[in-house]
Design a protein. Structure first.
Length: 58
């Protein structure tokens, strides 16, 4: 399966950019890899609206 990627332009506050850059350096990752890691971590741990509503219906 090909590794499909989407390129986006993202605007963020400079303070957030600085925190992400510092975190990337600490983790020895590129800024892009750090952002992907944080997004994947945040979205995999959080219950979705669909799973929450299904749990309530059960």
């Amino acid at each position: 399966m090909p590794d499909d990627k989407v390129k986006i332009t993202l605007r963020m506050p400079s303070e957030l950019h600085a925190r992400l850059t510092d975190g990337a350096k600490t983790s020895r990752r590129s800024l892009n890899s750090e952002i992907l890691y944080l997004l994947e971590t945040a979205t995999s741990d959080a219950p979705t609206a669909d799973s929450t509503s299904r749990e309530g219906a059960a």
